[in-house]
Design a protein around this ligand. Structure first.
Ligand code: SF4
Length: 388
């Protein structure tokens, strides 16, 4: 059934036995272990929890009455005891000329969050990436970013993060002729999930890791954690916490954008608290699996961070780190934006210098710029919506 606003309070997952210290208003963010605990505390066999998890996450069924391998009284108990509506509703869908689709999702407490579905092009035309949000607004105040203009409103729950994926899969199912999916089952429609939407994921790490656990569980979507990327502006305590997390096997991306402390602090105030030397030390200590590389995101801003000297500083910062560089074109998010994109010749010279030093450089064409869905553009719609 369509996910609409919650109509009643549910038990929280911490009540269901989660050891991660989070509290989630709906069961969409429960792992199989949470489900097993919920059933066993009610005197039911724990394996029923695995069955419910599979219905929800592998088949996208969120109506207990349709879970046909459960008894009638169990289906009624599930419907009666838990919240099955929400936690997000589709409020807005905007389509870019490049095929990207930006979704505005309403939360139960009246906020709007945004996610972007980005189809690949050319050889990658059958790839579909989703950029998800992890917070409503952001406290870190990067000066090139639209989300920063909202300030920080609150963290998203694991359910709200997982729901972004579920709602986008539901949207894709409703338009089967719009996608080049071949015979792929629902669990393989999406190829990458990136935590690069609204918010700093490492400031909401318990819910982010809980959502990764749910999305990658083999009993559900079975999304390979190698195709899940968590991006951070350089919140060093979160990096250290993530490094020590035994279950995290995803990719790491750093929003770097400058390798001079003065410039980076101007772009990203978080650098005042955790300057480049601290960030580099945390990255050197980050336990990378073999053949895995950290992605360095670098938005090229005209006359700010795009000179040959800036490129050489980037080379020095990356020395000794296993990295690849994503060069991202800047997209202004409104008339108040104080930056502009680097001209092509400057970008080419910057790229050449990095490549000449042996770095792997990927030049991104930021998707969805015409609908404010490109990097740094999310969140503008929140400003026009008052919380209830
Ligand atoms: S770029 Fe990321 S960390 Fe910086 S303000 Fe925007 S959402 Fe927050």
């Amino acid at each position: 059934m369509p996910m609409t606003r919650p109509t009643k309070r549910s038990p929280t997952c911490s009540g269901a036995g989660s050891s991660m210290g989070w509290s989630d208003p709906t069961c969409l963010g429960w792992t199989p272990a949470d489900w097993r605990t919920w059933f066993s505390t009610r005197g039911r066999p724990g394996f029923r929890g695995d069955q419910v998890f599979t219905w929800i996450h592998r088949f996208g069924v969120t109506d207990p009455s349709a879970m046909t391998n459960l008894s009638k009284d169990l289906r009624e108990e599930l419907a009666r005891e838990l919240v099955w509506s929400g936690p997000l509703s589709v409020e807005r869908v905007q389509r870019s000329v490049d095929g990207s689709i930006k979704f505005g999702f309403g939360t139960a407490d009246g906020h709007l969050i945004e996610s972007v579905l980005i189809p690949g092009s050319g050889r990658d035309r059958r790839k579909y990436t989703v950029c998800v949000s992890s917070q409503i607004g952001c406290a870190l105040g990067c000066t090139f970013c639209a989300t920063a203009t909202m300030g920080f409103l609150r963290d998203l729950s694991a359910s709200e993060i997982v729901a972004q994926i579920h709602e986008i899969l539901r949207f894709m199912a409703a338009e089967p002729d719009s996608w080049d999916l071949g015979e792929r089952p629902r669990t393989q429609w999406l190829t990458n999930i990136v935590y690069m939407g609204m918010g700093e994921p490492l400031l909401n790490l318990p819910a982010v890791l809980q959502s990764v656990a749910v999305l990658s569980d083999p009993a559900g979507l079975d999304f390979s954690s190698r195709r899940i990327t968590i991006s951070t502006a350089g919140w060093v305590p979160g990096l250290r916490e993530l490094a020590g997390h035994p279950d995290f096997a995803g990719q790491l991306a750093i929003s770097l954008h400058a390798c001079d402390d003065g410039i980076r602090t101007r772009l990203m105030p978080v650098n005042r608290r955790f300057p480049l030397a601290d960030l580099r030390e945390a990255l050197l200590e980050f336990p990378l699996p073999a053949r895995r590389r950290i992605t360095m995101e670098y938005i090229l801003l005209a006359d700010v961070n795009d000179s040959p000297a800036h490129a050489r500083a980037l080379v020095r910062f990356c020395s000794g780190l296993r990295v690849k560089i994503n060069l991202i074109p800047y997209h202004a998010y409104g008339p108040a934006s104080q930056f502009s994109a680097s001209p092509p010749a400057r970008k080419a010279a910057f790229t050449e210098l990095l490549q000449a030093s042996g770095l792997t450089v990927i030049e991104r064409s930021s998707a969805g710029a015409d609908i404010d869905a490109a990097c740094g553009q999310l969140a503008s719609s929140e400003r026009s919506r008052e919380p209830q």
